[in-house]
Ligand binder design. Structure first.
Ligand code: PLP
Length: 362
């Protein structure tokens, strides 16, 4: 394995012990995109980072850091709830939606199983496996949507059914009527979790409105993707109050960081942000997919900031060859070993991806 590809796998967790050696006074300001170093289109992050308004709000938030920022958290909850016609006790804040996912697994499974699509975001299955809960993986259907009937049939006593819409890693959308059908026919007492981490990039309709009529529906959204705040850690859980209270048992009235909360508020208040970034992402994604299609490569019909390419052979080798060219793309999923996930970066990232891809497949 090359040094570059090893670094790509190391991730921040292993880099942390080195931070003690950095002279912060001289450290260059962090930019979401730099012209040096590898092209990072491997974690479905935003190439644009927090919006300008969010950055200013973060600076303002520093002065609030001496106290627990419950006031900012309540303001964020009230704003989001108001925009969706919900009561404030139907929205809960988490330090990233992954935490909410893990708590949902702890709260709603255990002796009862977890049903997940495959391939999909692995965090819920990992949390379930970690606590010894049975996991039923159900392959996506021919459209790369969730196979709702198979998920319903997987375990009529399931504790939690996880849907990811749009799905990571394929970027594909499951039609709203399929999700409504699942809600209507789900096993009694099982909770349905719709993870909408990527909803802002897509034309899919959010399931948030369905929360009002479904006491066992939990919807998660995050500020990590379109809003460009992966490093600030902010996610929201939306559900009826008794359902959220079952999550709270593991969260204990937690509060996110003040700069993060103010940046979340500023992001929601920015009326152009979703429209603008959605359009930029779609243009860059569709251009790249068209370029690949012209050369005979098949991709998933993505509506998000990532897509998968069918390499018609072991995808891992392509990931490693691209890393040697300085382009870090996402990984393969063991159930889809020939497909490689690519995140959508900015113009320059995608140009570099095309050059490297042409070289390693040429
Ligand atoms: N859900 C999905 C589908 C994801 O792909 C991710 C991150 O990649 C998350 C949740 C976690 O996001 P967060 O940064 O809010 O913890």
């Amino acid at each position: 394995m090359t040094d570059l590809s090893r670094r790509s796998l190391v991730g921040l967790g292993m880099a942390l012990p080195l931070l003690g050696h950095i002279n912060w006074a001289n450290a260059a300001p962090f930019a979401a995109t730099t012209n040096t170093g590898p092209t990072r289109i491997n974690y479905n992050e935003s190439p644009w980072g927090p919006s300008q308004a969010a950055r200013e709000a973060m600076r303002e938030g520093i002065s609030l850091c001496g106290r627990y920022p419950y006031d900012a958290q309540y303001r964020l909850i009230d704003l989001f709830a108001g925009e969706h016609g919900l009561a404030s006790d139907q929205v809960q804040v988490f330090c990233g939606s992954k935490l909410a996912l893990q708590h949902a697994v702890m709260a709603f499974t255990g002796p009862r199983s977890l049903v997940v699509p495959e391939p999909s975001y692995e965090a819920p299955a990992e949390a379930a496996t970690g606590q010894g809960t049975q996991v039923h993986s159900v392959a996506l259907d021919a459209r790369h949507a969730h196979d709702i009937d198979a998920m319903l049939a997987a375990d009529r006593a399931a504790g939690l059914i996880y849907l990811c819409n749009p799905n990571n890693p394929t970027g594909t959308v499951t039609p709203r009527e399929d999700i409504e059908r699942l809600l209507a026919r789900k096993p009694a007492g099982s909770v349905v979790l719709v993870d909408e981490a990527y909803i802002h990039f897509s034309d899919a309709q959010s399931c948030i409105d369905l929360v009002k009529e479904h006491p066992e529906l939990l919807v998660l959204q995050t500020f990590s993707k379109l809003y460009g705040m992966a490093g600030a850690r902010l996610g929201l859980a939306i559900g009826q109050a008794p359902l959220l209270q079952r999550l709270e048992a593991f969260d204990g009235q937690n509060v996110a960081a003040a700069p993060t909360l103010l940046a979340g508020l500023a992001s929601l208040q920015d009326r152009q942000l979703v429209r603008q970034r959605k359009a930029d992402n779609a243009r860059l994604r569709d251009q790249t997919i068209a370029w690949l299609a012209k050369r005979g490569w098949r991709c998933t019909a993505s509506q998000t900031n990532c897509f998968m390419i069918d390499m018609r052979g072991p995808g891992q080798a392509v990931v490693e060859r691209l890393a040697e060219e300085g382009v870090l793309v996402g990984r393969i999923w063991p159930s889809w070993p020939n497909w490689v996930r690519v995140s959508v970066g900015d113009e320059q990232d995608m140009q570099r991806f095309r050059a490297a891809f042409a070289k390693v497949t040429g």
